[in-house]
Structure formats: C-alpha cells, structure tokens
Design a protein around this ligand. Structure first.
Ligand code: IVH
Length: 680
C-alpha cells in the first residue's frame, strides 16, 4: 500500500512514528529476546519508512534505522584517545588462582567475610567503546592499546543490535558504554560456507572474522557481516548517573536498548564463582557464541574504587580462563595407520602439547586430501584444536614458521604394514591396502572387532594381547582365537596362568552368540549393528545371507547399493567363507531367530529408536533387545528419521540433538510404563 502526496507535517509525524515503532521492535528483538511482530511485518515498517524518506530526504537523520547500510569507504581510520583508559584483566587458570584473587580482595577490604561478585562469560571478540551523547550514538572505537583506539563509528553503526538512539529515558548526557563485538557461531559458519563456495579465503575462527569485519574501511562490507555486541561496563558518565552496582548498571543498559549477556549472575563468595564456572564449562559448547573464560567482578562500585588498579588491570576483577582449545606445536612426523577395512590414515605425530585440558601427541589427519588442503610439511609449526571430547585435529600450519629443512609428506606406494598394493575407490578420499586378512594390521583390527563387546563380547581380551597373538603368529584368523591353549596364552607378556585360564573360559562362553552379533563381528564394510540386525530379520539364516545377490540385498531395510555390494563381495571371497566355516567348526553357534509369534504384537513396527545415557533397570543391550522384540529398529545416532530417543541418566549430545530436531524423548520411567502396557 503506497501513500503519497502527503502534507509534510503528516509525513514528519508518520516518519517519527515508524522510527519509534522500529526502535521498539529492535529493543524487543535484540535486548528482551521477545519479538512481538513477524519479520515480514518488520520489513513492511522498514520499507514504508524508506519510502517516506526517499520522498522527504530533508527528514533523514543519522539515527534513522534506515541508516545502517554502511557509507562510502574511508581512506584510513581516525585515531581516538580514550578519555578513560580501557584496561585489561589479570588471568586465573585454576581454582587456586580464583581463591587467591578472592583472598586478596577480602584482605584489601579489611578482612571482608564474603564478597558479592558478578559473574559473566568472557566473550571471545573485540573490545569496543561506544559513546552516546544525549542518547545518540556519536562514536565507536576499538580498544587499541588501551589508551588510543581506532574510530570505527561507521562500522558499529551497521550492527543491528547496537542502538543508534537509546530508548527509555534518564540516560546520562554523555555515556560511554563498553563491551565486546563478536560473530555468533551460526553466522560465522554461514559466512565461511559462502566464502568456500566462491573459492575465497575462509576465516580461521569467529574472533578473526569479527576483527576482520570491523576493520573494514568500507562499512558496506561490515553491514553484510553477522556481528553482534554484548555490553559489559560503563566508561565516561557525565550529566547523569548510573546505579551503584555493576549488575544493576547492566540492567539499566538493557532498559536503554543495549544488549547484555543473559548469562550474567550475581553470586556470593569464591565457591559460588567456581560453581558458576563449572556450570558454564558444561554449557559452553552449546552457546551460540564462543567464550574463552569467565570474568568475576566485585559487584559494588564503591568497593571497586577502594580496590583500585595495578598497572593496566583492575584489582577488582579477574578472567578465569578455560583451558585453551587451540595450541601450537611441531609436526614431528606423519605415520600411516591401517584400519580394519584397510583404509590408510595419515596420523600426525606431534611434540606433546597441553590443549583442551589434556596432553596431545597424536592427531588424525583424516586422509591425503586433508593433508593437501592444509598444505602441511613435516617440521611445520601447526595449530592443534581439541574441544570437548572430540578427537584432536590439526587445523592449520603456520607457514611463516616453516623451517628450511621442512619435508614433504609422502604417501606410501604400498601398504606400510604388509607391502600390498594400495588402491583408491572412485569418489573416495581414502586409500586402502588390498592385502585383506593377509595384512597383519587389518588382521589385528578384525580380531579386535570380532571379539568386541557389540560382537562376540569376549571378556578379558585386550588390544595389546591381540597384537601379541598376531605378531607371534599364533592367531592368523579369528577362528584361531578359539584354538588357543592356556600354555600359549600364559606365554604372553603380563599373562599368568590364571588370567590365561579365564580367557580360555571367556572364549568358550562367547561361542554362544546371536546371528546378528556374528554378522556384525565379521566386519563387513559399512555393516554396523543395525544393518546386521536388519539382515538377520530379513533372511533369518546365515546361508540365505551368504547366497543373496547385490540386487536382492537391497530389499533389506536400509541397505543401499553400496552396502549391498560390500556384502556380496565379502561372501564371494573364498578365504572369508573358509574362516566362517572354521568358526562354525570350533563351535560358534546361535539359536534360530525366533519368528515373532503369530499375532504377537509389534507395537513399534516401522519405528526407529536410539538409546542414550545410562539406564537403571536394564543394561543398554537389554533395552535394545526389548525394542527390537517390539518391532523397532535400533540405530546409534539421532537423525530426522529417528522416531524416539530412549534417554537414561546423564544423556548428552544425543539428547540435545533429539530436542533440536523435535524427536520424541522417552525417559526410562516412561519406557517401563509403556512396557507394562505392552506386557513385555
Ligand atoms: S571487563 C577492567 N567483561 O577481555 C575490565 N571484559 O583482558 C575490563 N572481555 O579486552 C574488561 N568479555 O574485551 C570484561 N564480560 C567481560 C568480557 C571482557 C570479554 C575482554 C575485553 C578485554 C579483555 C580483558
């Protein structure tokens, strides 16, 4: 709906009303996290305002919400001297450092019993200062060296969550607000995906992306970057006043339309600070932005003043850092490991480095495409990343530190273990050893897989022992395991007669198994537990599975052409059939799959379930068997195809994923109720 030919005073009124409405919606959206209108309704207000401003250009002001698109490029940033220096923080690396800090604070305050602290995340972004005069944003500056920063006014004006005009009332005539500009993870991922698609350089992390975006002389570029800001303190305050406690100041900031981190908490004493730290450590990976620690601040400004500063850091605050997730170290060598299916993986041998809370000396390099992408050479200084429980990764090489004698990484022409030829399947990144069970590395892994918990579940057969059996030539195929004698086993390192006898007994017990475990244990490429179970449900007998063709196999639930061809190939190889026969000869057996009783209820037929966390009333394997008996398919990971997640105690990432995907979550109690209903 376009309205024109308006009296100027009507236009002026409508423009003002639109600006007020838009500012109000911005406040609700960015600060209160409680939007009242849809994005499209917001866009309509904005478009109407743009339209009126085009008709009445004399009405355009710098504070108008339309003026965030960026302006003509600057030739250089101006310098800004901070009237009050922007300080840095001392660091604490553990709870002792935190307790020492608290003790120093209490001592200086004359043996104070316990001090009130404001705890807030330490954002990993760029520190900035915003200056508001009579509520209008007049200047934005970087921290620089703390005394002098750069004038980035044009750039901060493009960030949607920074108000150009404060809302509410009672703000000081001159108010400096300080905080951190950052790039949320989601925006960072999207930005890098776009850069990758265009073959442009990607940013190494959100912090660099935020810094690079703010350092643009052309603010139209900044305007396109997903930047955000949380405010964490005041600076200059003239012609007005702020509350007397830090947390209350931030509350006022919110009233004025400034964004403040919602995780802020006020606590009493050092122990409560440590508890906050523990809670945030848990929460860290799930936050939509990166943080690198927690800042504790004495909450009362009067006490802050009494404590004062040392050098460039206040005595009233400290940054408690999380263990770094990225560290530099030296790539000493690259070795090639051969896995169960023959895939040859380059593994980085690193000078040990403490990162993400543990000492890391190896990291996977995945495959040679990855090595090429990283442009690695042996001798390079590399950046190693380890977050949460994830396997450490080499994320980049620091080329400027490359020594003259750095060596290229050469992929072996033949298998590094058995010297067989290597091949690469079409469209695959991995090279494979063609040696099959002739290759001792593949043999070792195949035996470990066959005896693992989810397969034959042989108690007391550790990896080291398997390595020795293979190296001594005692075990050539999995069937040989069952021919081992107590004498042979007790001849191995750190094996006494007693543990040898136990192992022989355990092998005997493991002979009674299920067909699904047996099939899974064979280690056919891409046949996991769920596929093994589907094969058994479909064919019921081993001979039928052995005889099936690639085409027929695709009739089985979830078996596609690639998996089907792996299965057929496996059963067409003479030596695999020999091993299977031998296994049956040594006594491996299972009961015929019970046909579901005629008419037996399968209430979960067609459903896909996942189990996670620890269950109290049953083991996970029992839970799985019950679900299968009820007709459900049980898989290992949550996806859009999952019907329900059975979540026990301490459920972790699978639970979060299910919640995000809107997958039904069933507690153990609920599950037991349902079982009672189903009579199982
Ligand atoms: S307070 C005098 N609070 O950490 C206190 N700083 O080394 C000044 N930072 O450059 C800072 N999150 O950019 C404070 N919640 C937070 C923070 C924070 C990140 C950064 C800040 C500063 C550095 C201190």
């Amino acid at each position: 709906m376009t309205q024109t030919s308006m009296f100027p005073q009507d236009a002026e009124q409508e423009i003002q009303s639109l600006r007020d409405q838009i500012n109000d919606h911005n406040h609700r959206y960015y600060v209160q996290d409680d939007p009242e209108i849809t994005d499209s309704a917001y866009d309509r207000l904005m478009n109407r305002l743009k339209e009126l401003e085009t008709e009445h250009p004399d009405q355009i002001t710098a504070e108008s919400p339309t003026q965030r698109v960026g302006a003509a490029p600057l030739s250089a940033f101006g310098q800004i001297r901070h009237e009050l220096p922007m300080l840095s923080l001392d660091n604490a690396f553990n709870e002792d450092d935190l307790n020492d800090f608290d003790r120093r604070v209490r001592d200086r305050l004359g043996n104070a019993e316990s001090v009130e602290y404001a705890c807030e995340p330490k954002l990993d972004g760029i520190a900035v200062s915003l200056l508001y005069e009579n509520g209008r944003l007049v200047r934005g500056a970087t921290r620089g060296d703390g005394s002098t920063g750069e004038d980035i006014t044009m750039n901060v004006r493009t960030i949607p969550s920074i108000p150009l005009q404060l809302v509410g009332s009672d703000w000081p005539e001159r108010l400096e607000v300080r905080g951190e500009i950052f790039m949320p993870r989601a925006g960072f991922e999207k930005l890098n995906q776009r850069a990758k698609a265009r073959d442009e350089k990607v940013f190494v992390n959100p912090r660099n992306a935020a810094a690079g975006s703010l350092r643009q002389l052309d603010s139209r570029v900044t305007a396109k970057r997903p930047l955000d800001m949380y405010c964490y303190s005041g600076g200059i305050v003239e012609g007005g006043s702020l509350p007397t406690k830090h947390a209350d100041i931030l509350e006022r900031f919110k009233d004025w339309g400034l964004r403040v981190n919602p995780e802020l908490r006020v606590v009493q004493g050092a122990k409560a600070c440590a508890d906050y730290f523990a809670r945030m450590s848990e929460k860290r990976d799930g936050l939509p932005y990166e943080i690198d620690g927690i800042v504790y601040k004495v909450n009362e400004l009067a006490l802050q003043e009494r404590l004062g500063f040392v050098a460039r850091a206040p005595r009233w605050a400290i940054a408690h850092k999380f263990p770094a997730q990225e560290e530099m170290t030296i790539l000493k060598d690259v070795e090639f490991q051969v896995g169960r299916t023959g895939a040859i993986t380059p593994v980085a041998r690193l000078q040990p480095v403490f990162v993400g809370g543990v000492t890391v000396s190896n990291a996977t390099l995945h495959n040679m495409d990855e090595v090429a992408r990283l442009g690695l050479k042996i001798g390079d200084t590399v950046v190693v990343h380890r977050a949460g429980d994830v396997i450490p990764k080499v994320v980049r090489a620091v080329e400027s530190k490359r020594p003259d004698d750095a060596r290229d990484i050469e992929f072996p022409d033949t298998c590094p273990v058995c010297d067989s030829e290597v091949e690469r399947d079409e469209g695959e990144a991995a090279f494979r050893c063609t040696g099959g069970l002739f290759c001792s590395a593949q043999r070792k892994e195949a035996i470990k897989h066959f005896s693992a918990r989810k397969a034959l579940d042989v108690d007391g057969l550790g990896d080291k022992l398997v390595d020795q059996f293979v190296e001594k030539g005692l075990v050539k195929t999995v069937a040989d395991l069952f021919k081992l004698t107590v004498e042979q086993i007790s001849g191995m390192e750190r094996m006494g007669k007693k543990s040898a006898t136990n192992l022989v007994n355990a092998l005997e017990v493991s002979k009674k198994t299920t067909l699904a475990r047996f099939i899974y244990g064979l280690g056919i490429r891409e046949v996991g537990e769920a596929t093994a179970q589907s094969l058994v449900s479909h064919y019921k007998e081993l001979d039928a599975i052995k005889a099936a063709t690639t085409e027929q196999l695709q009739e089985v639930d979830d078996v596609g052409p690639i998996v089907a061809s792996h299965i057929e190939k496996f059963f067409r190889q003479e030596h695999n059939l020999e091993v299977i026969d031998e296994l049956l000869t040594v006594g491996i057996h299972w009961e015929q799959e019970a046909e579901p009783e005629e008419g037996a209820e399968q209430p979960l037929e067609g459903e896909v379930w996942v189990l996670t966390g620890s269950l109290q009333s049953m083991t996970r394997d029992e839970g799985k068997a019950i679900l299968q008996q009820l007709g459900a398919k049980v898989t290992g990971s949550v996806s859009a195809k999952t019907t329900a997640l059975l979540a026990g105690e301490k459920a972790g990432s699978k639970l979060t994923k299910a919640q995000n995907l809107g997958v039904r979550v069933v507690t153990e109690d609920d599950f037991n109720e349902l079982r009672a209903e189903w009579g199982i």
